[in-house]
Design a protein around this ligand. Structure first.
Ligand SMILES: Cc1cc2nc3c(=O)[nH]c(=O)nc-3n(C[C@H](O)[C@H](O)[C@H](O)COP(=O)(O)OP(=O)(O)OC[C@H]3O[C@@H](n4cnc5c(N)ncnc54)[C@H](O)[C@@H]3O)c2cc1C
Length: 291
């Protein structure tokens, strides 16, 4: 199924009846999320912003910038089940911490304490404005990025991370449990606060004037669907409450089979012959806009 601009958000909001292209899961942080349906025919679910990592990105994380199809063609197997699916399958293939694998009755191939660790998701806070005119359905068309990688779209490079663990070693379609530990590192929260204040500054610009319901009082003329921005932007406590209470995902989770921990710089799973992992699970940050 190809989701068009009109259909992409509808597909995400649909009830998960076991057949939709998006398979729902909720992280242990309590944040609702989705992944491509396992064995359900979806190759990926995506809105369509595209960016490519630069050389600096590869250098920082010790990866080769020419890691293309040619370079990895010598693998006996390549795994690309994504940041939820790949650690899940690596566990089930017998790579992980010894006591953990034994507790799930999985035959041990190689011990590795880091499988399923360093699971990261970019936290996202949004405000919704009801506009005073009819609007054709669309998704985001423009992304603004400020110097500290705070995004308007989302922000990248959170420092907090968590872990993924199996729920079933018999049924691959059962989601594993995932905890991302959003805001565990206080720097992630303070970056969200900076982003929210920036958003408030944008609402005060001339470009936003046309989106106001001028006849309504309060909220500077805007009509919010759901929470509005805190009134006192200088008050860190209420800003933090806003960031925590409106926390959602922008679906850019990554990690679980990190380069240097679970796979080597050639993306081979450490301790196996030549199985490679080639997806967002090897990353500890997003390259550019999205992983
Ligand atoms: C709604 C949404 C919008 C997004 N918008 C953007 C965007 O605009 N720009 C952007 O850059 N990124 C976007 N992303 C993020 C981007 O899609 C992901 O970061 C990217 O697809 C990750 O690629 P991946 O190869 O790691 O995993 P995925 O694309 O998730 O691919 C993993 C595949 O493996 C399959 N799989 C998993 N387990 C198994 C199994 N056991 N057996 C068989 N198959 C299995 C899944 O069904 C899936 O097809 C968006 C994500 C979502 C959910």
């Amino acid at each position: 199924m190809v989701l068009t601009t009109n259909g992409v958000l509808g597909g995400l909001l649909q009830e998960d009846d076991g057949k939709t292209s998006a398979q729902r899961f909720t992280s242990e942080d309590g944040v609702a999320n989705v992944r491509g349906r396992v064995l359900g025919g979806s190759s990926m679910i995506n809105v369509g912003f595209y960016s490519k990592p630069d050389d600096q990105f590869y250098n920082e994380f010790g990866m080769h910038s020419d890691m293309d199809a040619g370079r990895i063609s010598d693998s006996k197997g390549q795994l690309s089940a994504g940041a939820i699916g790949s650690p899940q399958l690596i566990f089930l293939s017998g790579v992980g911490p010894l006591p953990y694998l034994l507790s799930h009755k999985v035959r041990v191939v190689s011990q590795n304490a880091d499988v399923g660790n360093f699971m990261t998701d970019n936290p996202c806070n949004i405000i919704n404005i009801v506009v005073p005119f009819a609007l054709a359905p669309s998704v985001g068309q423009v992304v603004g990025i400020i110097s500290d990688f705070n995004y308007i779209e989302p922000f990248s490079r959170p420092l907090s991370s968590g872990s993924l663990r199996l729920v079933s070693s018999a049924d691959i379609k059962v989601n594993p449990t995932v905890r991302f530990n959003y805001f565990k590192d206080p720097k992630d929260l303070s970056r969200c606060l900076r982003g929210t204040r920036l958003l408030s500054g944008m609402l005060k610009t001339n470009a936003m004037e046309g989106l106001k319901f001028e006849y309504l009082e309060g909220a500077e003329g805007f009509t919010f669907l759901g929470p509005s921005l805190p009134r006192n932007l200088a008050n860190d406590a209420s800003m933090e409450m806003f960031s925590r209470s409106t926390l959602m995902t922008f679906w850019h989770y990554h990690g679980g089979c990190l380069v240097g921990k679970v796979v080597d710089v050639d993306l081979r799973v450490v301790g196996t012959n030549s199985l490679r992992v080639v997806d967002g699970s090897i990353l500890n940050t997003s390259p550019g806009t999205n992983p």
